[in-house]
Design a protein around this ligand. Structure first.
Ligand SMILES: Nc1ncnc2c1ncn2[C@@H]1O[C@H](COP(=O)(O)OP(=O)(O)OP(=O)(O)O)[C@@H](O)[C@H]1O
Length: 259
């Protein structure tokens, strides 16, 4: 792992919803240009964990974070961090496709319109490039002015990926991005992850262990302790986590023996 560069370094992170601790002392490096899967049983804090990485978790209400998250060496929880800029650099795609009720074009252009002044020509280029990267261009190029809500679920999810890509993030966080999709749409998103890897760092939460094994280079297995607090049990190369896990809890989970 020596030539891998951490895009995000998570150091001893604990997280509380109000006074209730959801995650305890998680440390992990998310390597640049790699896909990292976060797996584990329901309620172990997977979604909470990735939302901590771009501070979206703060939208959940009164929360508390202990520890430190560095994004290319910068503490994202330091005072005076520009959160909007951070969330452009570390984008997110959610479980349920959530396109805005506006045109396909405007969905993708949305973040750039907010970020600055761009000419029509520049926006056209950005929109096309993001839709190409999200493997959606050919399906929508003749109806860019139509409502995004008219697309299928799988197309909507790729549109949300295009929207996230349009602002040129360095990291893309994906929270069960295929759980609302059929197998063919899922396959398209999985293929997309491979093609995006050269330009991006990806962290993906998934319940689907075959998917984690297929798409990721590294896997983090989370579980809960006896007080139901999420913790990271094991992190390693995906091949090792699935074929030669070191912790018996990981072994039970990846072999399907977990209750
Ligand atoms: N907004 C919230 N307010 C209070 N508690 C929350 C909130 N979101 C999550 N939790 C709690 O934090 C813990 C971790 O939840 P989280 O959704 O991160 O787990 P998960 O592993 O992603 O679960 P799943 O696989 O079911 O999506 C759970 O006990 C959950 O009830």
């Amino acid at each position: 792992m020596s030539n891998l560069i951490p895009a995000i370094k998570v150091k001893n992170i604990s997280f509380y919803y109000g006074t209730i601790k959801a995650i305890e002392k998680v440390s992990i490096d998310i390597y640049q240009n790699q896909v990292t899967a976060i797996i584990g049983p329901s309620g172990c804090g997977k979604s909470t964990f990735i939302k901590i990485l771009n501070r979206i978790s703060e939208l959940e209400g009164p929360v508390k974070v202990e520890g430190n998250v560095e994004f290319f060496g910068q503490n994202i929880y330091a005072p005076r961090v520009n959160i909007n800029r951070l969330r452009r650099q570390i984008g997110m795609v959610f479980q349920k496709p959530n396109p805005f009720p506006i045109s396909i074009y405007e969905n993708v252009a949305y973040g750039m319109r907010i970020a600055g002044r761009y000419s029509k020509l520049e926006l056209d280029e950005i929109v096309e490039s993001a839709l190409q990267s999200a493997a959606l261009w050919d399906e929508v190029k003749d109806k860019l002015d139509k409502s995004a809500l008219g697309l299928s679920g799988g197309q909507q999810q790729r549109l949300c990926i295009a929207r996230a890509l349009a602002v040129k993030p360095k990291v893309l966080l994906m929270d069960e991005p295929c759980s609302a999709l059929d197998p063919i749409a899922t396959m398209k998103v999985e293929e997309l992850l491979h093609s995006l890897q050269s330009e991006l760092t990806i962290a993906i939460v998934t319940h689907n262990m075959q998917q984690a094994a297929r798409v990721s280079d590294f896997t983090a297995f989370f579980s809960t302790d006896e007080s139901r607090i999420g913790q990271m049990v094991e992190f390693g190369a995906t091949e090792q986590i699935f074929n030669n896990p070191l912790d018996p809890r990981t072994r039970d989970y990846v072999s399907g023996r977990f209750g």
